[in-house]
Design a protein around this ligand. Sequence first.
Ligand SMILES: Nc1nc2c(ncn2[C@@H]2O[C@H](COP(=O)(O)OP(=O)(O)OP(=O)(O)O)[C@@H](O)[C@H]2O)c(=O)[nH]1
Ligand SMILES: [Mg+2]
Length: 366
Amino acid sequence: MESVYCNGCGIKIQTEDEGAPGYAPASALRHDPVICRRCFRLQHYNEVQDVPMTGDDFLKLLSQISGRKGLVVYLVDIFDFSGSWVPGLQRFVGNNPVLMVGNKLDLLPKSTNPNKLTSWLRRSAKELGLRPLDVLLMSAEKNMGIDQVIEEMNDYRKGKDIYVVGVTNVGKSTFINHLIRAVGQQEGTITTSHFPGTTLDFIGIPLDDGQMLYDTPGIVNLHQAAHFISEKDYRQVMPTREIKPVVFQLNEGQTLFLGGMGRIDYIGPGRRSLIVYTSNRLTVHRTRTDHADDLFHRQYGQLLSPPSRTRGLPELKSYDFRTDGLNTDIVFSGLGWVTVKGRGAQIHVFAPESISVSRRTSIIKG
Ligand SMILES: Nc1nc2c(ncn2[C@@H]2O[C@H](COP(=O)(O)OP(=O)(O)OP(=O)(O)O)[C@@H](O)[C@H]2O)c(=O)[nH]1
Ligand SMILES: [Mg+2]
């Protein structure tokens, strides 16, 4: 029998072993396009089933790209840049050119300055050893900025294939479905979901000159919020619509808790505004710094949640910042950021090791 591949996740279809990847009942083979049972359940019931594939299996698949010729489109989630980083990306892409695209722009406030955001992405990429041809922003879901991405993909691929790569959940398949719909030449859609690890193998979409565009399985980066908090907590910290900033006026010696996942102590000087940009389902709590340790011990997982408490208190890593420029963002990867207004503020930050904390010049206009 000729091999059949799932139209939803790319895995090879088999009809014998219900517990193994790619299972579909024999009757499913009569449908066109064919999808595996896992994709059927994800698409119709939003129900996830684990697959016995590991991060290493995905890395092995991805490493094939270095031996091929084409344009690599590297998608990152602008809300979780550290979590979007693919360690050793350069090794996988070989000498192929890379176009970097920041996705999920719809989650950022309208007042975001796109130029400041792209320079931050460009600088961060450079620090990590990657020099993309260009850095673009888009929302695959809300159809923002996609036309420019398509234009640059066509210019830079120079008649070759395109590989869309990135960690799990950044929106690769959502983006490709948009392209498929725009062209209108292919049946069915690729499975997308808010669970990481949805796409399982390369899925090729023919381009008009006979070359291919490939969706690829997401690489697992354990720094991604989805991997170290529960599904319920993930839904709370991951915004689903435009973030609405909340302004706090802090006196010296006051502290803000971002649920139980981040803490900012404002040391001084003077009274100043801190603006919180996180999902509106994350409770922000203000207290006096000299009460903060005690509150954390008593209320972690309760008043200070998510996370909803499961095990003991997490180990926290601490950071010291002194803002020099005008407005500075303290970024909590996967959670959002807090803008500290004005220069010369002294800040002490705590977060679990899994959440990376960094600073950047504020990306908000003005
Ligand atoms: N807000 C927002 N959500 C998005 C956007 N693009 C994708 N998503 C959501 O992000 C989640 C993951 O999308 P997928 O397209 O399945 O991501 P993927 O990169 O293909 O994931 P894997 O196949 O696991 O590697 C889904 O819940 C999408 O709805 C976007 O532009 N904005
Ligand atoms: Mg996918």
